[in-house]
Design a protein around this ligand. Structure first.
Ligand SMILES: *[C@@H]1O[C@H](CO)[C@@H](O)[C@H](O)[C@H]1NC(C)=O
Ligand SMILES: *[C@@H]1O[C@H](CO)[C@@H](O)[C@H](O)[C@H]1NC(C)=O
Ligand SMILES: *[C@@H]1O[C@H](CO)[C@@H](O)[C@H](O)[C@H]1NC(C)=O
Ligand SMILES: *[C@@H]1O[C@H](CO)[C@@H](O)[C@H](O)[C@H]1NC(C)=O
Ligand SMILES: *[C@@H]1O[C@H](CO)[C@@H](O)[C@H](O)[C@H]1NC(C)=O
Ligand SMILES: *[C@@H]1O[C@H](CO)[C@@H](O)[C@H](O)[C@H]1NC(C)=O
Ligand SMILES: *[C@@H]1O[C@H](CO)[C@@H](O)[C@H](O)[C@H]1NC(C)=O
Ligand SMILES: *[C@@H]1O[C@H](CO)[C@@H](O)[C@H](O)[C@H]1NC(C)=O
Ligand SMILES: *[C@@H]1O[C@H](CO)[C@@H](O)[C@H](O)[C@H]1NC(C)=O
Ligand SMILES: *[C@@H]1O[C@H](CO)[C@@H](O)[C@H](O)[C@H]1NC(C)=O
Length: 560
């Protein structure tokens, strides 16, 4: 079917508020909007068509399907502390809306007349699902959030859930079990719980018990539940679940015996590939990271790690709004294999790492879990793959624990133009903690990971790296301008909430700063016990252009 046919047949089908939408629309949009060509970034495997001008209808009816099939729907809404995520569901091969096409509208109860309308904070396409996430500013108390599509109308509000009690993602593993990512079970850290105390539930609409199938839990730990997937789900036999209101994947949720099931936005859609027959993976060394608004550090971090042997990067993006799409795009354009994965879930770093390890398992022998201010340093001049390859012994090594040296502001007052590795050269004398490089094939099926260490299958072990062979330079205390952003995040962010007390006195906090982000007078000279210029020297020697002295990421920065 070509675009023109689709356009001719297109029309708006909304069962809600049709009678008043024309007048509201006039009020809402009569002043007109300017539509710039927005470039959206799409992750691997999803290539929808784009609209750059509003004159192409964005809402289209699907022909030949049930008359209740809406063209574009709000699937659900999840309320976070500082924003509300609205999940939009598109019919196949429809044009996607851009930020300029949508308004967040806040409706009083029993009214379809918006009390308030605001532009979305951002809009994202979600990989392997024909949907978008629209991030809206938080709702005033007592209002219902919905979306208005410019020149078309209002959408029917979706069911609304809290983020902290929710099944939010699901994958089907190689052994056909479903891995469900959940918030709100409040289990103990680092321990497997008794699976017989839980049940999994599958169905299109989990509020309709008649069409819900229960299933046993295989394992449950922290915030990850592994379910025995019912055959009817695997064989995709929708009759068993009653007819969904529109064609969509089945949802999965979890309940503790004797309790209500968690709400769910987790759809059983993405199936991980079977174990490859060959032992050879496409990449020897990959990296998973989670970040928010740190795009400007990516070029240096990726170019450097590429030089020491990393060849694949998975970036889990926690609601960035710093144009990271374009930074990633330009790195991809320069032939770095980098993908960005939307991971809006808050206080779920452990779950995100487990998710990333599963994504990386098919193509990566080893995966390092580091932040974008952390750089592997090889004082011995070996390569990273050289080190991981050398780990053979009677018991197979599947995790390398790499010590981290914390660097201070090193006397700097301003952002170092040559990047962090050249700029910061003074550090604390002793390593503060470890980060891990793991073999994803050897992860224990519980996927437990605590403080960056995964539990391994029995028969595998970890080794502690000697810091004269491999160490991490952690540019932890950068110039105040950078540190203060991180400081705000640190206090509430990168720590998990299911065991708050674990993080009291965490080394992630800057000693002596309490909870106030005011620059201490001697900030630039703090955290400086040992001069360490080894990585700086190596970087200048390896990367500096002999004619101009410029480093590749300096070009990158001046271009953007
Ligand atoms: C909204 O409508 C429902 C029934 O449709 C009614 O029970 C409820 O009291 C109404 N709420 C308000 C605030 O008018
Ligand atoms: C997974 O389920 C599919 C569909 O039922 C089946 O063909 C396949 O053999 C199953 N795989 C395993 C490992 O059980
Ligand atoms: C949903 O759509 C897919 C293709 O888009 C199709 O394979 C599947 O059979 C449909 N399911 C139902 C229940 O209509
Ligand atoms: C990037 O790596 C993935 C596997 O992780 C692979 O499927 C893909 O083809 C690679 N892309 C490029 C451009 O090499
Ligand atoms: C993501 O960012 C939010 C701030 O919007 C923060 O509250 C949350 O903890 C972060 N999540 C992770 C996993 O770091
Ligand atoms: C590593 O290489 C650098 C420069 O090539 C050299 O100065 C240094 O001594 C080497 N280190 C070791 C341990 O070989
Ligand atoms: C490999 O390991 C052995 C013993 O642990 C060590 O002597 C050797 O230097 C290592 N070689 C490399 C390339 O890491
Ligand atoms: C995973 O770890 C548990 C202990 O936490 C252990 O009992 C189990 O055997 C391990 N699984 C595998 C596949 O080794
Ligand atoms: C680490 O390596 C250095 C230099 O090779 C050596 O002197 C030191 O004893 C090693 N430390 C440990 C704990 O193996
Ligand atoms: C910086 O000031 C703090 C408190 O005023 C003091 O405890 C600390 O020793 C000073 N650090 C340096 C490196 O001067």
């Amino acid at each position: 079917m070509n675009m023109m046919d689709r356009k001719k047949r297109s029309g708006l089908r909304l069962s809600w508020g049709v009678s008043f939408f024309w007048c509201t629309l006039t009020i809402l949009f009569v002043s007109g909007f300017t539509f710039s060509t927005l470039r959206l970034f799409f992750t691997e495997g999803f290539h929808p068509r784009l609209v750059s001008k509003w004159n192409i209808p964005a809402i289209e009816a699907i022909s030949g399907e049930s008359s209740v099939t809406p063209a574009l729907t709000i699937r659900e809404t999840v309320v976070f502390p500082d924003q509300v995520l609205v999940f939009l569901k598109y019919p196949p091969s429809t044009v996607l809306l851009t930020k300029d096409d949508i308004n967040c509208i806040y409706l009083p109860p029993n009214s379809s007349e918006p009390q308030l309308q605001l532009s979305p904070v951002s809009i994202d396409v979600v990989e392997y699902q024909s949907h978008q996430i629209v991030r809206c500013p938080p709702q005033p108390r007592g209002t219902i959030l919905s979306l208005a599509v410019k020149h078309n109308g209002k959408l029917k509000p979706g069911p609304t859930y809290r983020w902290d009690s929710l099944a939010y993602d699901a994958l089907i593993d190689r052994d056909n079990s479903t891995i469900v990512f959940v918030k709100g079970l409040n289990l103990r850290s680092g321990r497997a719980a008794d699976p017989s105390k839980f049940k999994c539930l599958y169905g299109w609409d989990l509020t309709k018990p008649k069409f819900v199938i229960g299933a046993d839990v295989v394992s449950v730990a922290q915030e990850i539940v592994r379910c025995r997937t019912p055959l009817s789900v695997l064989n995709n036999s929708p009759q068993r679940f009653g007819l969904g209101s529109f064609n969509d994947s089945i949802k999965v949720s979890v309940r503790m015996v004797g309790r209500r099931a968690l709400n769910s936005v987790a759809r059983v859609k993405h199936q991980l590939a079977p174990k490859p027959l060959s032992r050879d993976k496409q990449h020897e060394m990959c990296v998973c990271t989670m970040l928010r608004n740190q795009a400007r550090f990516l070029p240096e971090w990726i170019m450097y790690h590429s030089q020491i042997g990393v060849d694949r990067w998975f970036i889990y993006d926690n609601n960035s709004d710093d144009d990271i799409e374009h930074v990633v795009e330009s790195l991809v354009g320069a032939n770095y294999n980098v993908t960005r994965h939307v991971w809006p879930w808050i206080k779920s770093q452990e779950a995100g790492f487990a998710h990333c390890a599963l994504q990386a398992r098919d193509s990566c022998d080893w995966v390092g879990f580091i932040d974008v201010d952390e750089f592997f340093h090889l004082p011995s001049n070996l390569s990273l793959p050289g080190i991981v390859r050398n780990q053979s012994g009677p018991i197979e090594v599947a995790e390398l624990r790499v010590p981290c040296h914390s660097f201070g502001p090193s006397g700097l007052q301003k952002l170092p133009t040559k990047g962090v590795m050249v700029g910061y050269t003074c550090r604390m004398a002793f390593p503060e903690r470890h980060k891990s490089i793991v073999k994803p094939e050897a992860l224990n099926s519980s996927l437990i990971n605590v403080v960056h260490h995964f539990h391994l299958k029995s028969g595998f072990r970890h080794v502690n790296m000697n810091r004269s062979a491999l160490v991490i330079n952690h540019y932890k205390y950068q110039v105040w301008e950078v540190f203060k952003e991180k400081f705000y995040r640190r206090v509430a962010t990168y720590v998990s909430d299911w065991q708050q007390e674990r993080n009291v006195g965490s080394k992630d906090r800057a000693p002596g700063l309490g909870t106030k982000a005011v620059e201490p007078s001697n900030w630039s000279t703090r955290f400086c016990q040992v001069k360490d210029t080894r990585l700086r020297d190596r970087v200048l020697e390896t990367f500096a252009n002999p004619k101009t002295d410029l480093l590749p990421w300096e070009y990158q920065q001046s271009e953007t």
